[in-house]
Design a protein around this ligand. Sequence first.
Ligand SMILES: *Cc1c(COP(=O)(O)O)cnc(C)c1O
Length: 382
Amino acid sequence: MTPTRPVWAEISRSALTHNFRLLQRLAGPSVELLAVVKANAYGHGLADCADTLASAGAQWFGITCVEEGVALRAVCPKARILVLSSVWHGEAETLLEHRLTPVAWEPPHLIQLEIAARTRGLSAGTVPIHLEIDTGMSRQGAQPQHLAPVLDSLGPGSPFIFEALMTHFHSPENEPLTQCQTSAFAEALAVSSGRGLHPRYLNAGSSAAFFHLANDPIADLAKSSGTHRMLRPGIALYGYAPNPETVSGLQPVLSWKTRVVSLREIAPGTTVGYDATFTAQRKTRLALLSLGYADGLSRSLSSRGSVLIRGQRAPIAGRISMDHTSVDVTDIAGVECGDEVVIIGQQNGQSITAADIAQQIGTIPYEVLCGISARVPRSMVE
Ligand SMILES: *Cc1c(COP(=O)(O)O)cnc(C)c1O
C-alpha cells in the first residue's frame, strides 16, 4: 500500500546536484570524488540519491557493506563502488560477482578475496583493492608494523590491482593532528613504493577536507609521488558542513514534514503526555503531530525542540511518544487540522536544520539524518 500516514521526507534533487557540483569545483577537475552514500545515503534514500549523483557526474560511490553495494549496483550498473568496511566471511563471492571494490587491510581479507577470485577463474591483476592504513584512527586499516605481509600478497601474480592507498582522518579540523596522520600515510606510501608497489590513487579526506583545500597536505604528497587524489565527501553532499562555523554555500537536501492531525484546548493545570512532564500554565491550544520517536524524532527533544507551523515556531509540549508528538500552538493564529508541519526544512522564510536539532540534543547532524527511520517514506522533489 502506498504510504498515507502524514509523515514524509522530501529529498531535493537540485540541492544534491548543486552540492556535488560545488564540491567538484572546489576540489578541481584533477581530483576524483567518491560520493559516500552509505547508510541509505545518510538516511536520504540510496537509489534516488545515487541516481541523481551519477547524473551530476559522480563515477565513484562509497557504501558500508556488500549488501548496500549490491543494492547500489542495481541502480548504477557502470559506477565504481567501494565497500568501506571491507569483506566479511562469506561475502567475497558476491562482492566479485557485483564488481564491488573492497577496502582491505589485513591478510584474512586478501585470502578470502584470492580464493573467490580463483573460484571465479579470474586472472592475475584483475581485482582492484584500496589498501587502508591506520594512521591514528585505530579503527580500520593496517598498522604500520603489520603492513609488510599485506603488501606481500598484492604483488605480481596475485589477483589484485593495488588501486589506492587509503586512510581516514580523525580530527580533520585540527591541522597538527592531521599533519601527524599525513606523515604516517607518507611513510606507508614510501614502504609500498620501496617494494615496487605504486597505487594509482591516494584516497584520503572526508567532507572536512573541502574546507581546508588551500593547505591540504595530501595534495603535496600526491604531487610528489605522481599519484592521483581521491576525496570522499559524505555529509557535505547532503548540505551540511562538518563544522558549523564553515560558511559553505551547501544546500540542505532533506526536508522532514508531517501534519497537524488533531487539535484540542486544555485548561491551566492540565498535563500533557507520558509522565505528565508538561503542565499548562495558561489556557493552551495543542496540536497533535503524526510522528514520534519511532520515526526518528529523538525523545531528547521532549519539551525542548520545536517545529514550524504557519511559518512560526511551535514548541514541543511534554514527552515525545512512539507515534505522536504534541506541540503548543497557543501563540500561532489560525492553526487547523491538516496544516503542514516542518520538522527539518523551511517554511515562510523560517528554517530548522538537522544541525539545529543536533545541537539541541548534543549530537551531530549525521546522527539526526541517519536516525529518520525506515517507516518515513522518502520522495524526490526538484
Ligand atoms: C563516512 C565516511 C566518509 C564520509 O565522511 P563525511 O564526514 O560524512 O564527509 C569518508 N570516509 C570514510 C572511510 C567514511 O567512513
